[in-house]
Ligand binder design. Structure first.
Ligand code: SF4
Ligand code: SF4
Length: 437
């Protein structure tokens, strides 16, 4: 079998050898918890990957299905005392599955070609689709479609997914944010803000809030109006070639040497973005720039705490808040205390911890599409813990988690609990300082 860069057989063998089979990761793994089967655990999966790298096993359909049953939530990396680099193993394993073609079918190939490579590599086309979706939603077409129960005419998969479609914002990031914005006070830092793809269409208000809090902390903010997808979706789904191409485009657009920091506000994107150094390590032209990029990449919460952000003096409009940790923010980026510090700095906010705040909500990239049953069980488990806190607001910092929780709340008839990004709450508190009588 032909192997590409980043394949299991080609990778540094010491990464495959790190696992010492201690089993400390088992209780933290949601798929192992579901089935109690060794093959559905981190340890079991790593053993399969090693067998493939050693040439003892072929990449089979069963192996492919196992790699796609893994959420990629990275909870195992937090629990592992040996420091196993599961993200590298996971991406290499999925790339190997794609290269071997063991899961291919005409339908799957068509979806991957049109969505992953056709749509998510073209920001202008993605915005055009977003605009059409917005017109469909804002004109009442969507609600009429639902009232007349026309979704019964859709194929089963689309029928299930239709209610989960995100509400598209009227304005996208480039319409809300100028390419360069300067603070009222003298500039102390210069940063670039990444606007994402899903975030750009469905949560452009979060991008605006990110710029607002940076301005309030004396940062000059640069936000290129047309930005490519970061490639996280591609790397997570075994398409490392496209992920590398998208990373190169980001590096062409934003020169890390020009900025004190490059800011991401989406847990999943940030987790991928900060590893461009690893992704482009063999790229002669881009490797050095990628190293500089990774050194400057910061999650917004992490950066605000790092620069000792100013605590707002006015309250936000949320009182009781619970925090759901995006897997890729807490396990992937190890950013866990900082969002809480930000929430607690907002006057009037009572932070109520929920059980299993770091347990995956079932969104996991496109896991809710590829593994709907397991995803739904994880969503239900999460919603139970969130409800038990009695908090009126769920704060979370990743678009996938945001949608998964909001959809779960609305499907359960909860019309009062809101889902917000912590940075939106902080931005509202800063804004309230000016509107006080
Ligand atoms: S990434 Fe998540 S689901 Fe996959 S092995 Fe690790 S803990 Fe289990
Ligand atoms: S905790 Fe780490 S070393 Fe132990 S079994 Fe899990 S992956 Fe292997």
């Amino acid at each position: 079998m032909k192997t590409g860069p980043g394949s299991l057989a080609e990778m540094d063998y010491s990464v495959l050898q790190q696992c010492m089979h201690c089993g400390m990761c088992l209780p933290t793994c949601p798929t192992y918890e579901e089935t109690k089967r060794e093959r559905h655990s981190p340890r079991g999966r790593i053993a399969l990957m090693r067998a493939i790298a050693d040439g003892e096993m072929e990449v089979s359909k069963a192996f492919g299905e196992e790699m796609y049953y893994c959420l990629g939530c990275l909870a195992c990396t937090t629990a592992c005392p040996a420091g196993v680099d599961y993200p590298q193993l996971f991406e290499a394993a999925r790339a190997e599955v794609e290269e071997a073609g063991v899961l291919e079918s005409p339908k799957r190939n068509a979806i991957r070609a049109s969505v992953l490579r056709g749509l998510f590599t073209r920001p202008r086309l993605l915005r055009l689709i977003g605009r059409l979706l917005w017109i469909w939603q804002a004109s009442g077409g969507q609600s009429l479609f639902r009232r007349l129960k026309l979704n019964r005419l859709l194929p089963a998969n689309l029928r299930r997914l239709e209610p989960q479609a995100p509400a598209i914002n009227r304005q996208f990031s480039h319409q809300l944010i100028r390419p360069v914005e300067r603070p009222a006070a003298p500039t102390r830092r210069r940063v670039a803000v990444l606007t994402g793809c899903v975030q750009d269409l469905a949560f452009s208000d979060i991008n605006r809030a990110t710029v607002d809090v940076l301005l309030a902390n004396d940062c000059e903010v640069h936000t290129p109006p047309v930005q490519p997808c970061c490639g996280s979706l591609h790397a997570h789904n075994g398409d490392l070639a496209t992920a590398r191409e998208l990373a190169r485009r980001q590096l062409d657009l934003i020169d890390p040497d020009q900025f004190d920091a490059i800011i991401s506000n989406a847990g999943g994107c940030g987790s991928h973005l900060r590893h461009y150094d690893h992704l482009l390590t063999d790229d002669v032209r881009y490797a050095a720039k990628a190293i500089a990029w990774s050194a400057k990449l910061r999650d917004i919460h992490e950066y605000l705490v790092e620069i000792s952000f100013r605590a707002p003096t006015a309250p936000a409009d949320a009182q009781t808040v619970t925090y759901h940790e995006s897997c890729h923010l807490c396990h992937g980026q190890k950013v866990s205390a900082q969002p809480r510090a930000i929430l607690q700095a907002i006057p009037g906010v009572e932070l109520r911890e929920c059980a299993e705040s770091t347990w995956c909500c079932g969104s996991a990239g496109i896991y809710n599409i590829t593994q709907p049953e397991t995803s739904a069980r994880l969503q239900e488990r999460k919603l139970g813990h969130l409800a038990a806190t009695g908090a009126g607001t769920v704060a979370t910092a990743n678009p996938g988690c945001h949608l998964q929780i909001a959809n779960g709340l609305s499907a359960g008839g909860d019309t009062t609990t809101t889902v917000e990004h912590p940075i939106v709450l902080l931005a509202r508190a800063y804004a309230a300082e000016h509107s006080r009588p």
